[in-house]
Design a protein around this ligand. Structure first.
Ligand code: IMP
Ligand code: MG
Length: 184
């Protein structure tokens, strides 16, 4: 049995406080998976995780699906080690799958400015898939700079920097089971 994580995490001289507890996250991911299962019944979607941040959400989500699906990954770099979105994106890993005429579900950890997911969606759309939808665990509505339709949202959160459950600060803390927000 794993030890429970603390409610406060110290990172240098900054503190992060718990925002979403692991139980709450698991419950919501299960709910999203049930909705996605219904929406994609009989469709064999390709579920595409955006690396690195989505890897934990993606793996929990697909475990809760009760339909068949294929899996692929796409990798962009954008933030460097900063806490503020640079809006600059670069492709680091392209897809392996042929997505022509396929139903695509893009899986993100968080939509912040919306620039990364818009950029990725445009690339995907240019390969003529049958459909493209977006699932994100977290959405920061106040921070959006790009109008983007997100089909499945786990939680809307305030405009605060968060870590855990896949989300990093300078590549660390992705393996926390809960999500923590920087204390103001
Ligand atoms: P966007 O292009 O500004 O929407 O940023 C999307 C990407 O930035 C996400 O996929 C995350 O990897 C990263 N990101 C945005 N906000 C946060 C945060 O609060 N903590 C950690 N990473 C973040
Ligand atoms: Mg990401």
């Amino acid at each position: 049995m794993c030890k429970n994580e603390a409610n406060i995490i110290k990172v240098g001289n900054e503190e992060f406080e718990i925002l979403l507890h692991e139980n709450e996250i698991q419950k919501r991911v299960k709910e999203l998976a049930e909705i996605i299962t219904e929406d994609y019944h009989g469709k064999l979607p390709i579920i595409i995780g955006i690396l690195n941040g989505s890897f934990i959400f993606m793996s929990d989500l697909v475990k809760y699906l009760s339909i068949q699906c294929e899996i692929d990954f796409f990798k962009l770099s954008s933030y460097g080690d900063e806490k503020i979105s640079s809006g600059k994106v670069k492709m680091l890993k392209d897809l392996n799958a042929d997505i022509n005429d396929r139903n695509i579900l893009l899986v993100e950890d968080i939509v912040d400015t919306g620039l990364s997911i818009s950029y990725i969606k445009n690339i995907i759309v240019s390969s003529n898939p049958a459909s493209v939808k977006i699932a994100t665990l977290l959405l920061k509505p106040e921070s959006l700079k790009q109008k983007i339709d997100v089909d499945y949202v786990g939680f809307e959160i305030p405009n605060r920097f968060v870590i855990g459950y896949g989300l990093d600060y300078a590549q660390k803390y992705r393996n926390l089971r809960s999500i923590y927000a920087l204390k103001q």
